[in-house]
Design a protein around this ligand. Structure first.
Ligand SMILES: O=C(O)C1=C[C@@H](OP(=O)(O)O)[C@@H](O)[C@H](O)C1
Ligand SMILES: C=C(OP(=O)(O)O)C(=O)O
Length: 743
């Protein structure tokens, strides 16, 4: 951990917060000496006795006299007392000393500073640790109170960057994660996440304490009461100050809460079970996704994205029976169509990966009651084609292109406005490919610069059917147009330049919606109805592909992949591997819920390089990262053409793979629409080294598979997004025989 460069630390207000900061910095060896200031002599004595401070004074100016350049003043008095501390600092603070505070409300502290100095002085860094305890006083101080907690710093334009860095380093030394945001944002977020819960806890306990029966209530109050009201033991003065200091934001939060509480009351009064389930399932999901929440958004980017590195040791082989998770494309569509259907749709085999969960959360945010997922089971209480409600904020779709493009189509026909956002990768992906045809249908869609997200979709625009000839083979574009067609006047049809996955067409039919299919064309009429059904999602062939390639390249391998969807619009990976000499058997072929399914057995056989037929490209579009690994292990050259679409996936997959392959000593030449790979039948094809997956799940998994034929360890950077499509990849891979570790 980086140590701060503070000389002396002066803590003004030696209670729980100030005392814990002092102890943390002392424990980290991050300051030379701690001086305390407290109003009462007894507190000074106790702080010294407990070893929290080295010296203590009841007079702030006296203590300030001891400071010099590079020292830090930490103000930890109740919010409304900060101003009087500022007033004493004004004439007594030595040059070069930095000041920070820990008050829970930043707007009022900013105003106090402006009152005292006319503006926030450049040496004052406003801050707030998101940590505390219901206990108070110096005797409750701990050196680990801030460890693994967040601290929000709210610099203003005048704040000196070196002072900001000094304060951030001090908090890091205390073990905290430092974030910065504006004063206004801080106060709104805290009103909702901290101040409102305290209001409710104080008021609930006060209400019950007034009750004549209170003794009984407290005697029998067990878990729920205890968990929920712990914070009502917090320091009353501190909380009074917070209420007064952050009045407007807290009032807004209380008003919103009162409204929701009264509709919950009505639901209970009228026995409205579905409204109760709605609130409870949404709340449970939100609580479970706690770390992904931001104020006013039910689901949002994790505040702190976790960093995962794959470390794949060389060699080994793969064997055994494996069931990879559910198909991602079908999982998305099951939530979308289940939500728009009338009645209750039961889904099995649902992919509990981040992408499909983003779609699920989007529909919860639009008022659909969805139970689960629980071991792949999801129960969707459909609201009908016209039953979605405006979400409380932008719909955050993470890394998922399918969610954004299909939702764009579906939402173009709603009566409300909605904004679609995504993570850094999704924010770079082209959206005009859906926005243009949807606009032709009458939709009002705004995109970010160059047709990138966010998408703002205006509601209440009447749509009319179109005949759309897709300029590229894309199931996402086809699906977006067809889903908008559900809301359009008349007939909507799509014509694709090459067959692409047809899960939308099949699943619509499964929900009882007429879709006419004729060669490259799919046609439907608006204003029909979807009837709830059961959906069994088979294992995802795109995930199975990593183990197919693993088996195809490792001598001695024999793998059985169970219950895999082998829809003919998705089977390119089987065809291509077979053309390269792969030994693949399809066993126990059957149809499940309108989709062909089989168990796929793959055994090792020497591979040879081929020119990949262009008609296979859309049928294997997501499998190319894995197929490039197979190509590197094949005798001779493999040439891919007609695959420019790979450049606009979660990463530019042609470049990302070419870079990674080259880093591992394989000759891989990217071209505008494909790649040329010179394979080698040697035992150790890949040299070992470090490759960057660029946060693309499929690049990460492909290079993990390469380790089977590597000479040395392969380190793969930025692998957290494997969880978008294949959350248990590492576990299954290790079980099958890969030597994979996570760091
Ligand atoms: O419709 C779908 O579920 C998908 C379509 C494909 O994208 P494009 O339509 O952009 O080719 C594919 O790459 C993606 O993983 C899922
Ligand atoms: C391209 C992919 O997904 P999406 O477009 O949904 O992000 C993929 O999973 O490989």
């Amino acid at each position: 951990m980086e140590k701060s460069h503070i000389g002396r630390l002066l803590v003004v207000g030696v209670g729980l917060i100030g005392g814990s900061f002092a102890l943390s910095l002392k424990a980290a060896g991050a300051c030379r000496e701690v001086i305390g200031v407290a109003l009462q002599e007894e507190v000074c004595e106790e702080a010294k006795k407990l070893g929290v401070v080295d010296r203590a004074y009841t007079s702030l100016p006296e203590a300030l006299d001891l400071l010099e350049e590079g020292d830090l003043v930490f103000i930890a008095v109740p919010t409304l007392a900060v101003e009087s501390v500022f007033a004493q600092l004004k004439d007594n603070l030595p040059e070069g000393v930095t000041v920070t505070d820990a008050a829970s409300v930043k707007g009022s502290v900013q105003r106090s500073a402006e009152k005292v100095w006319g503006r926030v002085p450049n040496f004052l860094v406003l801050g707030h640790p998101i940590a505390g305890s219901e206990k108070s006083g110096v005797s409750a101080a701990r050196d680990d109170l801030y460890r693994d907690h967040r601290v929000i710093l709210t610099p203003v334009p005048d704040t000196d960057v070196d002072r900001l860095r000094l304060v951030a380093q001090a908090w890091q030394a205390a073990g905290s994660e430092v974030l910065t945001m504006s004063v206004e944002e801080h106060d709104e977020v805290l009103a909702a996440t901290s101040h409102l819960p305290h209001v409710i806890a104080f008021s609930l306990v006060d209400t019950l304490a007034h009750d004549a029966e209170n003794e009984n209530i407290f005697r029998y109050a067990a878990g729920g009461f205890r968990d929920f009201t712990r914070i009502a033991s917090s320091d009353p003065v501190m909380w009074r100050d917070i209420m007064l200091a952050n009045r407007d934001a807290i009032l807004q939060a209380i008003d919103l809460y009162s409204l929701n509480l009264s509709s919950l009351r009505s639901a209970i009064a009228s026995g409205d079970s579905s409204a109760l389930m709605g609130v409870f399932t949404r709340a449970k999901a939100a609580r479970d996704h706690f770390t992904k929440m931001l104020a006013k958004q039910a689901y949002s980017e994790p505040m702190q994205a976790k960093e995962v590195t794959f470390i794949a040791q060389p060699g080994g082989t793969v064997s055994g029976k494996l069931r990879v998770p559910g198909d991602k494309s079908m999982s998305h569509r099951s939530i979308m169509l289940g939500s728009l259907a009338e009645g209750v749709t039961e889904v099995e085999g649902f992919l509990e990966g981040e992408d499909a969960l983003a779609t699920l959360q989007a529909f919860r945010d639009m008022g659909v009651v969805i139970e689960g997922p629980d071991k792949g089971r999801v129960t969707i209480h459909g609201v009908g084609l016209h039953g979605l409600q405006a979400p409380p904020g932008p719909l955050y779709l993470g890394n998922s292109g399918t969610s954004m493009r299909l939702l764009a189509g579906l939402l173009a026909g709603q009566g409300f406005d909605v904004t679609l956002t995504g993570d850094e990768s999704l924010s770079k992906r082209p959206m005009n490919r859906v926005a243009s045809p949807l606009r032709e249908m009458g939709a009002a869609i705004e995109t970010g610069p160059e047709g990138r997200p966010p998408l703002l979709i205006k509601g209440g625009k009447p749509l009319s059917g179109i005949n759309y000839r897709l300029p590229m083979a894309s199931a996402q574009v086809k699906s977006a147009v067809l889903l908008a067609g559900l809301y359009a006047e008349g007939e909507t049809s799509t014509e694709e330049p090459a067959p692409t996955r047809d899960h939308t067409e099949r699943m619509l039919q499964g929900f009882g919606y007429a879709v006419e299919r004729n060669g490259a064309c799919a046609t439907l009429r608006g204003s029909g109805r979807l009837k709830a059904c059961r959906i069994d999602v088979p294992a995802d062939i795109s995930s199975a592909a990593f183990f197919m390639v693993a088996a195809a390249i490792s001598p001695g391998a024999d793998v059985m992949l169970e219950h895999v969807g082998i829809n003919p619009t998705r089977d390119g990976v089987i065809n291509i591997l077979r053309a390269m000499g792969g030994d693949i058997e399809l066993l126990n072929k059957r149809t499940v819920g309108g989709e062909p399914v089989a168990d796929i057995r793959v055994r090792y056989a020497p591979l040879k390089g081929i020119a990949i037929p262009e008609d296979q490209v859309p049928l294997a579009i997501d499998e190319f990262p894995a197929l490039f690994i197979a190509a590197a292990c094949a005798q001779g050259q493999t040439v891919l053409t007609g695959a420019e679409e790979l450049r606009v996936k979660e990463s530019d997959r042609i470049q990302a793979m070419a870079n990674g392959l080259s880093a591992l000593g394989v000759s891989a030449e990217p071209t505008a629409d494909g790649i040329v790979i010179d394979g080698s039948p040697e035992d150790a094809v890949f040299s070992g080294g470090t490759v960057d997956s660029l946060g693309d799940h499929r690049i990460a998994m492909a290079f993990a598979v390469a380790s089977l034929r590597a000479k040395d360890t392969i380190r793969i950077l930025h692998c957290a997004n494997v969880a978008t499509s294949f959350p248990n990849f590492a576990e299954l891979a290790v079980g099958a025989g890969l030597k994979l570790q996570l760091a």
